[in-house]
Ligand binder design. Structure first.
Ligand code: GLY
Length: 295
């Protein structure tokens, strides 16, 4: 039984068609890998690479820019045996998720950050690459202009009002391969205009990204709120007794009570896929029993 679900972020998605095309392409790429008998890890990484290379999404090429105009990206991979690897605030690489995989497979660590993560990427043979797009430069300049004409920027929570104006905030994929192994992978440019050095939920295992014997979970939304909730681990806990969709529904309900908005995708041990969100929208696609569903 092979299964895959991907998401392209939660929030106010202005480019619905771009998201539809992008998540459809990503889920097909991942599904083809599973059909060939390759691993769930290969499938989720390739699905996420596909979205990192698509400027529609806030990750890889087209990542949201920090306050000082840099693309500081986070990415993570995790397997259901708890093997994991991540990078945070990494710059000038094309596919952060591939570097995260190398952290898992080639090091004794689970997370490398900032310039040292870049150095590690170069050791691993990843070439220098500029993921900053003209669209993101323009978007940043416009927001800074608005801030100058009245909006305050002193505290981070003041930035929250801008988050929903972004086109989704993270991408991710969860797959089960023919051997029944579950893997998750995620990648993000973080929150538009974030302070330099800020790290979101994606590479902080248990918060935005998690997998264990109960299944896999990925969150998307405002990283700071997701971290405080330990949202992915909380959802996995629910999956101990509940099927994926009921676990996700309960986790979304709890998040609403805490004022956290965003979305979740999940897959339980039986291969049930689930999604849910309490934000304005979320883009997603999945293939179950050879049936493709796009949001
Ligand atoms: N959820 C992505 C981030 O806040 O960085």
């Amino acid at each position: 039984m092979i299964r895959i679900i991907v998401h392209g972020g939660a929030g106010r998605i202005t480019d619905q068609e771009g998201h539809r095309t992008g998540v459809r392409r990503a889920v097909r790429v991942g599904h083809a890998i599973l059909q060939d008998g390759d691993s769930a890890l290969d499938a989720v990484v390739k699905a996420v690479v596909t979205m990192e290379d698509d400027p529609t999404f806030n990750c890889g090429t087209g990542s949201a820019l920090s306050l000082d105009g840099r693309a500081e990206m986070d990415a993570a991979v995790m397997l259901d045996d708890r093997s994991c690897g991540a990078v945070a605030a990494i710059e000038r690489v094309k596919n952060p998720v591939l570097v995260a995989r190398q952290v898992m497979e080639q090091t004794d660590h689970v997370l490398l950050v900032g310039p040292e993560a870049v150095k590690f990427a170069r050791w691993m043979g990843f070439e220098s690459y500029d993921p900053i797009t003209e669209h993101r430069k323009k978007q940043r300049a416009e927001l800074i202009q608005r801030l100058k004409s009245g909006h305050k920027l002193r505290y981070f929570d003041k930035l929250a009002s801008f988050i929903d104006k972004d086109n989704g905030d993270t991408v991710g994929a969860i797959a089960m391969d023919r051997r029944g192994r579950i893997a998750v992978a995620a990648s993000t440019g973080g929150i538009l205009l974030h302070l330099p050095g800020r790290v979101g939920d994606t590479p902080v295992f248990g918060t935005g990204t998690y997998a264990d014997e109960r299944g896999g979970v990925l969150a998307t939304g405002h990283g700071e709120e997701i971290i405080k909730l330990m949202w992915a681990f909380r959802t996995a806990d629910f999956m101990e007794k509940l099927p994926a969709q009921m676990a996700v529904d309960r986790a979304i309900q709890q998040a609403s009570q805490y004022g956290c908005t965003g979305g979740l995708i999940a897959m339980d041990r039986k291969g049930n896929v689930a999604y849910g969100f309490n934000s304005q929208s979320m883009s997603y696609a999945y293939v179950v029993n050879e049936q493709l569903v796009v949001f």
